[in-house]
Ligand binder design. Structure first.
Ligand SMILES: NC(=O)c1ccc[n+]([C@@H]2O[C@H](COP(=O)([O-])OP(=O)(O)OC[C@H]3O[C@@H](n4cnc5c(N)ncnc54)[C@H](OP(=O)(O)O)[C@@H]3O)[C@@H](O)[C@H]2O)c1
Length: 310
């Protein structure tokens, strides 16, 4: 496993990290979840991403149990807040930042997170209030570094312009061969300001592994057939994307790689990307995905990928 520095922080994160959306504490049973966490450590993954909203606290509770007994310094732990935990507990106000972080720490059974992220931008709270509250939790030692997910370049620039507050070191956008939006504005702005990218759904929820085929039912045991996990897939699992995957198959074969490796090496080709956050329902997937670290793609292959998904 190779490691990269996360923005201007002192965190060194594995190129492949382990996510917990839809899976841990929710769609994946505890034993399989634990096997995935163990496989991650076995493969050198040191970075784990979660959120208070995943399973309404259940993912954090699962990680609190699964990580118990491992030295706290052996992994980098990131969580988030913003989405409604109750009708009134939501957003990025000062009160919510203090309350939600304390609740996350309790569930995760730790005194601090390495990275505390704003899961979305909160247009109902003054940005200065959010940034000052984030600075307070950093000063209190409850969060070592701060980040955001899916903020626009305008939101990011406004936060960077506030004097005397903690600086963001990470951005968490959706980014994959079939979802390239952050390349234009977010990547360059962040690169100029010491903010690294930790990208989500780099496998497009499994679509870029090639296991879904046009005209065929989704494989049994996959996210697409899981009542708990399929809810966010329908607008991605469409013929247009499956046709792109079909055009990528010969390119992966030419590169001598699995499609999953091609997709992960593709996001990691960008120096702005510190880590690809990958979800997993079983330990074999974690081992396979971790082995993508260090794989590179020639400029010919990159051009062929561009043409395949244009
Ligand atoms: N910031 C945000 O707003 C946001 C949003 C979404 C996600 N995230 C973060 O990003 C993480 C990853 O997102 P994701 O789970 O959607 O992304 P993903 O890594 O693109 O997809 C993961 C899913 O693909 C399947 N899979 C993974 N490796 C495979 C392999 N080698 N072969 C076959 N199938 C494989 C598994 O599903 P099945 O086995 O069930 O098919 C797995 O759960 C999340 O866990 C979360 O931490 C953040």
């Amino acid at each position: 496993m190779k490691y990269r520095k996360l923005g201007a922080s002192d965190l060194s994160v594995s190129e492949i990290s382990l996510g917990s959306w839809l899976t841990f504490g929710a769609g994946v049973d505890d034993a399989s979840g634990r096997a995935c966490v163990n496989a991650a450590f076995d493969a050198g993954i040191n970075f784990i991403d979660t959120s208070n909203i995943y399973g309404l606290g259940a993912a954090e509770e699962f990680l609190g149990r699964a990580l118990k007994g491992r030295p706290r310094s052996s992994y980098v732990l990131a969580t988030k807040l913003f989405f409604p935990m109750t009708e009134t507990d939501k957003g990025l106000s000062r009160a919510q930042i203090h309350k939600q972080l304390d609740l996350s720490l309790k569930r995760l059974k730790t005194d601090f997170v390495d990275l505390y992220q704003c899961h979305r931008y909160d247009k109902d709270t003054p940005l200065e209030e959010t940034m000052r509250a984030l600075t307070e939790v950093v000063k209190a030692g409850k969060a070592r570094w701060i980040g955001f997910s899916e903020w626009s370049p305008e939101n990011i620039a406004a936060a960077l312009a506030i004097p005397g507050v903690a600086k963001f070191v990470s951005s968490q956008p959706q980014y994959s061969i079939i979802s390239r939006r952050p390349e234009a504005g977010v990547f360059p702005l962040c690169a100029r300001n010491g903010i690294g990218q930790i990208v989500w759904s780099p496998l497009a929820q499994g679509i870029l592994t090639g296991k879904y085929r046009r005209g065929a039912p989704p494989p049994s045991g996959s996210r697409a057939v899981s009542p708990e996990m399929s809810g966010f897939m329908s607008h991605w699992l469409i013929d247009e994307n499956l046709a792109k995957v079909d055009r990528l198959r010969p390119i992966a074969a030419q590169a001598g790689m699995s499609l999953a490796h091609l997709a992960l090496a593709w996001v990691l080709r960008r120096p702005e990307v510190a880590s690809a956050i990958v979800g997993a329902s079983r330990p074999e997937q974690v081992a396979e995905n971790a082995a993508a670290s260090g794989k590179t793609l020639s400029s010919d292959l990159l051009s062929a990928i561009d043409a395949a998904v244009a």
